[in-house]
Write a new protein. Structure first.
Length: 186
């Protein structure tokens, strides 16, 4: 019978917790290094008036460390690190990162999936939201020490963008674009 027999903390950092998982699979004792991390939300934002996706670009130090260019194109997103609804966290992230005060009624659940399954298995919940200029409250860019660039990606350029490897991007964003073209603008 498959089961976890021990979870052992390695350190106590601020946002993640490295652990060693001891488990039994097919009657064989095994261990795995992993990280406990926060779940997250991500929001596919589509600007109706500009016929464009609003995405963000920011430095991701782990990618930078391994690949020398750590600037990633991503959906607006954030970690689930407080006691409130996921849709409320999504709303707050849109305002902080992109500068739009989107009503929660304009945010629609798409799906949830697991990310980094080989190391953390955090769950990401994906939303879709339509915005317009009447919702803009500031230029975006994040809070505290965040340095986030807000980018408008024209809808008709998104399919080419998905497979252009000169732009580093996340699989969640690519999946969200697929969802959009299958369900909203097919």
């Amino acid at each position: 019978m498959d089961k976890i027999t021990c979870v052992k903390a390695l350190e106590e950092p601020q946002y993640i917790q490295p652990i060693e998982i001891h488990y039994t699979q097919n009657e064989q004792k095994k261990k795995w290094e992993a990280i406990i991390s926060h779940d997250s939300v991500a929001i596919l934002l589509w600007h109706k008036e500009k016929d464009a996706f609003i995405i963000v670009k920011q430095l991701r130090p782990p990618v930078f460390n391994l690949h020398k260019d750590g600037y990633m194109h991503e959906l607006c997103a954030g970690i689930v690190d407080k006691e409130t609804s996921l849709i409320q966290i999504a709303k707050e992230e849109v305002q902080e990162e992109c500068g739009y005060d989107i009503p929660t009624d304009n945010l629609h659940y798409i799906t949830s999936f697991f990310t980094s399954v080989g190391i953390s298995g955090a769950k990401q919940t994906l939303y879709y939201g339509e915005i317009d200029e009447s919702m803009r409250v500031h230029d975006g860019g994040g809070i505290h020490e965040e340095e986030i660039e807000v980018i408008e990606l024209k809808t008709d350029e998104a399919k080419k963008f998905m497979f252009d490897e000169s732009f580093q991007k996340t699989p969640g964003m690519m999946m969200a674009f697929y969802w959009f073209f299958e369900n909203i603008k097919n």
